[in-house]
Design a protein around this ligand. Sequence first.
Ligand SMILES: *Cc1c(COP(=O)(O)O)cnc(C)c1O
Length: 366
Amino acid sequence: MVERTRFNIPISRPQLGVEEEEAVLAVLRSGQITQGERVAAFEAAFAAYHGAEYAIATSNGTTALSTVIMAHGIGAGDEVIIPSFSFFATASSVSFTGAVPVFADIDPKTFNLSPEAVEAAITPRTAAIMPVHLYGQPADMSALEAIARKHGLILLEDAAQAHGAKIGERSVGTWGTASFSFYATKNMTTTEGGMILTNDAEIARKARIIRNQGMDQQYEHVLMGFNLRMTNLTAAIGLVQLDKLPQWTAKRRENAALYDTALTSVETPYVQPGVTHVYHQYTVRVKPGIDRDVAVKQLNGNGIGVRTYYPKPIHRQPVYAREERYARLDLPETERAVREVFSLPVHPGLSSEELEFIIDEVNALC
Ligand SMILES: *Cc1c(COP(=O)(O)O)cnc(C)c1O
């Protein structure tokens, strides 16, 4: 008989229950299936949850990012400082508007944008700084806010991985205009979906116009816009998911705390004092002498869906690397993280048997 692994544990597992099913059915039966009342209700609930004034739902996290950049009037001739150690959309959403992504290196402890590296990357063309709250840990917003103020720059947030993360009592998404994603693997999902948060009424107004064909009233197109709308069908899922988010975040943090104490063979995540990390990913560094790719292969072979986020810096992706300015860019901490990190399943669907198995297998690495 063939020997079989006891587990098959994915890196993420969307939590969808009977409440989501009922919410979707209610929308289908209402006939009001496109952007409407459910979307407005989801926007209000999401803004309230984060303590932001305005929320604008979009078709996905990438379109939320691009809409934010356009709503701030950033485009051709402007530069936006972002990390290269992130998902591609952090950069592509900038490029799509005609603006130029300028990549700054990360802090090796938090994996988030290094404020010193950001300041060094500022040029006369810099329009904005857009940190990513990577893996669910808030970036150093007070330092970045001070830099933005000092240089007269716009502060944005890519909060796609950080629903409900906080610095002290203040939620991410309230420092600068922020974008969230509700893709199936995120801390909460609407299948596909995105959300913008802002405290600026004028930015909110422009974002709504850009989202809906550039119209400020029916068939009056005042800005260049597109169809970037969310539907009532997916917003209904989002409303249910938002209700469940606090308990899921608590479970993610519980799983992370267990890993923190139990894992001996890897460097566990550093958490900035005073922040609430929401563990979109639980990302570890291999210890010196351990080959990350070998470790990942071994764990995958044992049914544990560990993954590398991200296996290549964005500026080394072919679409960027063919440009001279990116080809010669050197971001040593980004390159080191790309070689040394991997992420363990930390989602709220993990059973205690699965958690125990993961801990034993990771500790067996050395
Ligand atoms: C997921 C993600 C996005 C893009 O969101 P989509 O909803 O997939 O378009 C952008 N930035 C980061 C950091 C992400 O993790």
